[in-house]
Write a protein that binds this ligand. Structure first.
Ligand code: KG4
Ligand code: ZN
Length: 392
């Protein structure tokens, strides 16, 4: 089955075309085309993602990325007779004028490619940004009469583990066995999710204030590091560990580490860092000590709560998704944790798929098509949901 997928929930515009077949828990996936544009440098000047700028950029970039995916997958064929874009299709794009203009210029010039379904992220994320992808998906679906599948971005992060780095084997050796625990750690999320079986998600706990990535980014700002600061803080911490630099008297709190629930809180930790710095000018060495202790505190809390979740649910699979899993210390600590749990397998996405992308959205749509309830014929009955939750 060929699935076109579209992701515009935050500051990455992404489009891909996948050919997927086989068992939904271990599908064979071939990437026919993939294109991604990160707006991170544009938003850097604002110190965070600016929703209306993201919306404008998504509108500008979707058609060029779509064209590049069609070219890469050898699906771009010019059309002799122009198909008229209906008033209904135009109406879907009326709030995205730049995208509508490009749509009208491009679509009538090409032949309908072989696409069985269009997957699009509907949340969580920035609503103005989400709407651009949704409108594009709906417009394409309407124009070519292809079903559109709404996908939860966080479920995408979970399923991103299904792509194998080594394609040489020709078949997927990764399998998601249930029960599953997913630790989702990104700039907007920190959550432990449980699935007793496919598509049946239950949130076990989440952050009560800041997300892990957000705490990293805020601490980075306190340390005068450039945006996005997560990787910068982790680089400093890494260097400190390598050089054996540590202030043994410096101890930040491990918030909620002994609470019986699976919730998190990172705002107190962040405030402790702020109070410790207390407006002082810091040497590089001091920054390294702070980064290391901050990262240790975050990692210990994540580990303790994840361990609790795994043991209480007898999980066979631990999936870790979201941008923060790019962090080597957290990654390695989680590997050590499951070494002591012989019945649990850890699945982590490749680096490319740890951050936002559209491939994870496409494979999630496949799982829904294979295992989910048969979809109603009513197309287009969904909208952007900034706070969409992952539970059934
Ligand atoms: O999932 P993601 O790409 O975007 C969303 O938030 O949805 O995650 C981005 C977050 C940012 O907060 C970034 O600072 C953080 O992930 N991040 C890291 C590292 N790389 C990215 N945090 C800690 N260590 C890293 N190496
Ligand atoms: Zn994400």
């Amino acid at each position: 089955m060929r699935i076109l997928s579209i992701e515009t929930s935050c500051d990455e515009t992404a489009v891909s075309l996948l050919s997927i077949a086989g068992d939904a828990n271990s599908p064979g996936i071939k990437t026919l085309g993939n294109a991604l544009f990160s707006q991170v440098n544009l938003h850097a000047q604002y110190g965070g993602v600016y929703p209306n700028l993201a919306k404008r950029e998504h509108q500008k970039n979707l058609i060029p990325l779509f064209r590049s995916v069609l070219t890469e997958s050898k699906s771009l064929k010019s059309s002799q007779k122009k198909i008229v874009v209906s008033a209904k299709t135009k109406k879907i794009l009326e709030r995205e004028p730049e995208l509508l203009r490009q749509f009208l210029d491009f679509l009538p010039t090409i032949r309908k490619p072989k696409i069985d379904a269009i997957a699009v992220t509907t949340g969580p994320g920035l609503e103005p940004a989400l709407w651009v992808g949704i409108s594009f998906a709906k417009a394409l679906g309407n124009y070519w009469n292809i079903p559109v599948i709404p996908i939860n971005h966080m479920e995408g992060h979970i399923m991103s583990v299904l792509f194998e780095a080594d394609k040489a084997k020709g078949r997927n050796e990764i399998r998601i066995n249930y029960p599953l625990i997913a630790l989702l750690i990104s700039g907007g999320h920190t959550e432990l999710v449980y699935a007793q079986k496919p598509l049946k998600y239950k949130s076990l706990g989440q952050t009560r204030d800041d997300a892990v990535g957000e705490a990293y980014d805020k601490v980075a700002r306190m340390l005068d590091l450039p945006y996005p600061g997560g990787p910068e803080v982790s680089r400093l911490a890494e260097e400190a560990r390598k050089l054996g630099i540590q202030d043994t008297k410096l101890k930040f709190p491990r918030p909620m580490i002994n609470s019986k629930d699976l919730d998190f809180s990172f705002s107190g930790l962040k405030t402790s860092v702020l109070y410790f710095i207390d407006g002082r000018k810091l040497s590089r060495r001091k920054k390294m000590e702070i980064a290391r202790e901050f990262e240790d505190a975050v990692t210990e809390v994540l580990l303790r709560k994840t361990q609790l979740a795994l043991l209480s649910k007898h999980a066979k699979t631990l999936v870790v998704g979201g941008g923060v899993i790019a962090n080597s210390h957290i990654r390695e600590s989680l590997k050590d944790l499951v070494k002591n749990l012989p019945n649990t397998k850890l699945l982590i996405p490749t680096r490319e798929l740890s951050t936002d992308n559209s491939k994870m959205i496409g494979v999630t749509a496949y799982i829904h098509l294979m295992l989910g309830p048969k979809r109603s014929k009513k197309k287009g009955a969904f909208s952007a949901r900034g706070n969409l939750r992952l539970s059934s």
